[in-house]
Write a protein that binds this ligand. Structure first.
Ligand code: NIG
Ligand code: FE
Length: 423
């Protein structure tokens, strides 16, 4: 393939059309075309619409001369590729033992206080060499593709020192070159307070600002800066100080906000103009209104709530309050070791009272918005990157209906077929 493909006769072409985050009621409108066709040339979407209208402009000789592949999607629904806008997919080591401790009742934060949790993964990631991290990272990306993911965000944060934070970001850069999935890297040096800085959180924030962030920014190793703003981790004041410096350095902002305790992370996200506020299990009503008004994307991670045996964030309420909600997996070795998009659809629709249409918006155009890429991905609009998934079923409604099973049959990335379950 050369990035030229025509996907025709789709029983439903679910375009999710739009170039910015959809808030509140707008999230229900998927812009579905019955019997639709999409044309991708050199990786970019050139035409979208009813099959008869789109194909009138193409004669057979032209299609042949320009080397288009043709995919007949009769009886199948076609959508934009999913955008998983919050993951920690580059790490070494596993924490299956801790999972079993949590099953017997230990809390996530108690395990972390005992020196396990994130610190456990930090130890293994510091010890791992780059090739190992690239290999495991690539395998995880392959698995994500099989669920229809074409763009993924990935965070550092398992280094907590200069060399390992940089190593994790370099691994993502390398994977972005080697693997078809697009990776949006986030600097999460403030993921936990490393042992040697215990009780000196402010000094660790200084270290990140002075010793790590300048290199991250100068070498363009990350697009975003994130922080675990949480009781016993980083306070709102410490988070604000770090994130404002990150903004000065040209990084955009994400926050792990109000995940375990209500701390005011959502309010902070609105105050400093974060692109997204993530988790939000404990967000206050004021925080929810603030992010809706400020246009901060509320990125909800129901897989994590599920694995921590906590009630999911109030997604229905947030949409009713006019938030732009995105959904993501939070794939990581601790609180949610899962890259399953079908699991997210199941939890969102059955447990959060989010409609199928809203959930699809949350994983496409709003996921793209959470990465500040709504202008180039997240919908099937002319001029956007040709990232498309083809389902094995005629309607998008099968996505959550086939519970916890992937309905994705083919994945096209920049006009090239990168996954085909039939082969
Ligand atoms: O999003 N809460 C902080 N960070 C991750 C978990 C990371 C880990 O446990 O390794 C999260 O839940
Ligand atoms: Fe996370």
């Amino acid at each position: 393939m050369n990035g030229n493909v025509i996907i025709k006769n789709a029983s439903q072409l679910v375009t999710c059309s739009g170039f910015k985050a959809k808030q509140g009621k707008e999230m229900s409108d998927l812009h579905v075309v019955e019997d639709g066709t999409v044309v991708i040339e050199e990786g970019i979407i050139k035409a979208v619409g009813k099959t008869e209208d789109v194909l009138t402009g193409f004669d057979k000789a032209d299609v042949y001369a320009r080397g288009f592949d043709i995919i007949d999607a009769a009886g199948k629904a076609v959508l934009p590729g999913f955008v998983d806008s919050h993951t920690h997919f580059v790490f070494a080591g596993y924490r299956a033992e801790e999972f079993s401790w949590r099953l017997r009742g230990d809390s996530y934060m108690d395990i972390m206080k005992r020196g396990g949790g994130i610190f456990n993964t930090v130890k293994a990631t510091r010890a791992a060499n780059k090739e190992e991290l690239i290999e495991t990272g690539a395998n995880r990306l392959d698995s994500m593709v099989s669920f229809g993911v074409t763009t993924v965000e990935g965070k550092s944060g398992y280094g907590l020192d200069h060399s390992t934070e940089i190593k994790q970001l370099e691994v993502m850069k390398e994977l972005n070159n080697r693997h078809p999935v697009d990776i949006v890297p986030t600097f999460l040096g403030a993921h936990a307070v490393p042992g040697d800085y215990k009780g000196r959180e402010d000094a660790y924030i200084d270290y990140l600002i002075e010793r790590v962030m300048p290199e991250v920014a100068d070498r363009d190793l990350a697009k975003f800066c994130d922080v675990f703003c949480e009781k016993n981790v980083f306070s709102v004041q410490q988070s604000r100080r770090l994130l404002l410096k990150a903004k000065e350095n040209g990084l955009k902002i994400k926050i792990h906000a109000d995940e375990i305790e209500q701390l005011g992370g959502a309010e902070l996200a609105a105050e400093i103009g974060a692109v997204s506020a993530d988790h939000l299990l404990q967000a206050s009503d004021k925080g929810i209104i603030d992010i809706a008004e400020a246009g901060v994307v509320a990125t909800l991670l129901p897989g994590t709530a599920f694995c921590l045996k906590e009630p999911c964030a109030k997604g229905r309420y947030m949409i009713d309050m006019n938030c732009a909600v995105a959904l993501a997996t939070d794939l990581n070795p601790g609180s949610c070791f899962s890259e399953s998009i079908p699991l997210i659809f199941a939890l969102a629709t059955l447990y959060m009272n989010i409609s199928i249409e809203e959930a699809i918006t949350a994983l496409t155009i709003n996921g793209a918005s959470a990465l500040d890429r709504a202008g180039t991905i997240g919908s099937l609009d002319v001029g956007k990157i040709g990232d498309v998934i083809i389902l094995e079923y005629p309607s998008y409604k099968f996505i959550p209906y086939h519970i916890a099973i992937s309905t994705v049959e083919k994945v096209i990335k920049k006009g090239e077929l990168i996954f085909d379950r039939e082969k």
